[in-house]
Ligand binder design. Structure first.
Ligand SMILES: CC(C)(COP(=O)(O)OP(=O)(O)OC[C@H]1O[C@@H](n2cnc3c(N)ncnc32)[C@H](O)[C@@H]1OP(=O)(O)O)[C@@H](O)C(=O)NCCC(=O)NCCS
Length: 133
């Protein structure tokens, strides 16, 4: 079942993220998930099954466009369509708000997953400025 993420989900989301090798960044703030959920509002979703949290997607409405800041499915639940359903939930909520574009920086090895859902590379480049070493 997909539902909106709430603060009580934070420990389970953290466990989920650290269960996927390489997903959790050592330089992320301790309260990164809390801040992400708060800024997402009703665009943060979890997939729950038998009281176990199996997936998390975090979207953000930035006015000009939407941004998907996190998408992760528990290794044991991958390949069952949960990721697709969570992305669809974010997309649908943005469409309902009148937002026409959703972007994300994604892992290279998940490019096929996004292309399968109709995502394509835009005619721009992604740049990054590190704010601390
Ligand atoms: C990538 C991820 C979100 C996909 O979620 P999922 O629930 O496993 O994917 P789905 O079951 O919804 O897959 C939908 C389709 O995409 C395909 N697919 C899934 N992961 C894929 C990948 N990494 N590369 C190519 N295709 C992929 C599936 O085979 C399926 O194809 P089908 O419709 O022809 O059967 C999930 O595997 C995951 O969390 N991976 C680790 C973290 C990650 O990569 N996060 C996203 C980038 S930051």
């Amino acid at each position: 079942m997909i539902r909106t993420a709430v603060s009580n989900d934070i420990p389970s989301i953290r466990t989920l993220m650290t269960s996927v090798p390489g997903f959790w960044h050592a330089d992320w703030r301790e309260d990164a998930i809390d801040i992400a959920i708060q800024s997402a509002g009703s665009l943060a979703f979890v997939y729950e099954e038998n009281s176990r949290l199996l997936g998390f997607a975090c979207g953000h409405d930035l006015g000009f466009l939407g941004y998907l800041s996190a998408l992760v499915i528990a290794p044991r639940a991958q390949g069952r369509g949960l990721g697709s359903q969570l992305v669809e939930a974010v997309q649908q909520e943005l469409v309902n708000r009148g937002c026409g574009v959703l972007i994300s920086d994604v892992w290279k090895n998940s490019e096929g997953f996004y292309r399968n859902l109709g995502w394509r590379p835009p005619d721009v480049i992604l740049l990054r400025k590190k704010l601390r070493e």
